[in-house]
Design a binder for this molecule. Sequence first.
Ligand code: PEP
Ligand code: MG
Length: 754
Amino acid sequence: MVDERQTQVLLSLRKITEDIAKLKNQTEIVDFLVKSIRQCTRADCCSLYLCDEQHKRYRLVATDGLLQAAVGKASLGLNEGLVGVVGQKKEILDLANAPSHPNFKYLPDVGEDEYHSFLGVPILNTGKLLGVLVVQSKEQKMFGQIEESFMVTICAQVAKVLAESHNKTDNSISTVIGLSGTGGIAIGKAMVWQPAVLIDKVKIIHCDDPSLQKELFLQTLFQLQIEMDKTALKMRENESEQAVNGFLSGYGSMLDDSSFSDEVVAYILKDGLLASSAIKRVYEHRYNEALSLGKKEESIEIRDFAQVLLSRLLHASTKEFDNVSNVILVVKTLSTTIVADLPKEKISGFVITDSDSSSSNAMILAKDLGIPVVAGASLNINTIDGRNLVINGKSAVILIDPPSSVLDEFSQLINQTKEQHDLYSKEICKPTITLDDKRITFKLNAGLNSKSDDEIENEVDGVGLYRTEIAFMLTQSFPLEQEQYEWYSSLLAKFRHKKVCMRTLDIGSDKGLSYFVNKEQNPALGLRGVRVTLDQPQILNTQLKAMLRANQDYGNLEIMLPMVSSLKEVISVKNTLKQMALEIEESTHKTVKMPSFGVTIEVPSIAYVIDDLQEHVDFFSIGSNDLVQYLLAVDRNNPLVNRFYNPFNSAVVRSLAYFKQKCDSFNKPISICGELAGNPMGLLLLLSLGFDNLSMNYSELARAKYITRRVSVEQLRKLGQEALKLSSSTQIKALYLDYAQANGLAKVIDVKAH
Ligand code: PEP
Ligand code: MG
């Protein structure tokens, strides 16, 4: 009997989720939901209450069993009634006699007088409460396990659908919150985009004339190469060095990979396939192989590359963009190829609907091009095309069809942002001294974004992090010593009067080289950074030698190791460094200038070995991006866990303070080279913990300096002491938000957005 009921419930569950996917608007969805749930649970009433964030209440949005007139009107405070109990505890509540519960609140005019039993379940999406689903019955009985489990499952399944259509204000703007984002605000019409001919739909067809097919394919490749060169040139003209590099590393390296084209040609000639079918064959096996190795990002790039080739081959290119402007492109997944290939001048923003399939390269590329992105947004692709959108990459918020007054407000904000940016830039060359006369050092994170103008040396105190792997990503094989020597020399020459900290090759995890592939199930915890170079001594030897040789003319080099987790690694690299210096001395008969030698703090184990390490190094630098990732066990590129990636988590704050205090006690310099220093709130946090040597991307530099010149370190240090006593990240953040507000920095820091 129980089994039979369970089977019935399971079947209903599947049917409800399938049917909901076909519905288009919120009213249809919620009405269908309450009707079908009431039937399936054999209850007398089913009602849905959604959180109305603006008015801080639950609002009845659909019911099958209460009075229809109450829909949209009846509401409860967030702590009121049994709905309030479920919402507050985020727990299921199953009662036989609801009116006897101390929190029961009688709502007049809804028609629930006859009901006794109550089963309420919270609806949660990525940890956030969206509302409460309730079933009620006239009979005094608890609903029991099968109904409870059904309700929990259905709530989990529909949470995303509801998140998508969740109304934020009365009956006006529909708001969708994505899982992550980059960039600022964009306004435009939604344009759902997918290629005209999908690679997955291509059929395998044999041809009569393989040599013609081969010719067609090779011509397509050639055309694509020319277009790519043109795009790269255009980006360079716009000074988007970072974009060019991202573009070339993703798209370009695949285009240059002759094994891809050789395989396609082999399928055409040997198996007699049409060129399109041959592309599909090669794509399929490479895509599946990348997926089986857990290389999701690479698999996206492969699919996209194959898609572009196919579109070019069939002349089904991007014509649909001919007559549009200012669109916000809504795509299932985003890859560098899409960002690089589509006409950027017509695209004001990107919305990615899949929750876990955007590549971080694509996000970096879009960021550098100044195009805001919101990722992991559960939008209904069937109903969004052509609607007006405002997206905010910073808070990952999307407004759908906002009224013109709201649109005007956002247009003004875009203009203000530009004005603000100009304001910060005016001060970029001024010395960065705080209100209480403390000099803060601002260095540059280079590698992706080595800005070309000569002014830059006056704007920064040196290079705090040169990511050498970026240059390696743009070559087809490991660069030889001479090539590396030239790269490093030109950087040391450019900053000849300042220190330049070069990090040894940090590849592995999300920073792959096409010519050095490791098969790993869990790459973030695998062969990364110094582990790779110790495994492959010839790579390390060549790199260190090239760096030392380049330093002979300038003497401003510092060398830093990434992903260090033990003393042994440091000693080993130091020995190699000495060995390489000896070899240079022997061959040139000149004394080698030994650079300062440091370690990046990004693996938490350093906390326990720092006393030993400090005897062997000259400085430390915190890689906050990875330190947060590893300390909190949160993949920094996974939007699904983005909300856990929080530098204001008390564990992160305390560990930052710990490392600073340790280094002070050894009298060893410590700097910060992760993204945290460039984030205005992160900057306040770091200054409050005593950090005074910060390195960041160029795009963040002017604002960070502007803020620093308007704060007092002494006052911030007091906040730092407070922060270390708190355990709630919200409270910690609030300290800095209040400070920003009280010191006229609310706009710069965008206090409202936090
Ligand atoms: C970091 O982890 O903070 C860092 C600077 O290194 P990357 O972002 O290159 O891993
Ligand atoms: Mg790192």
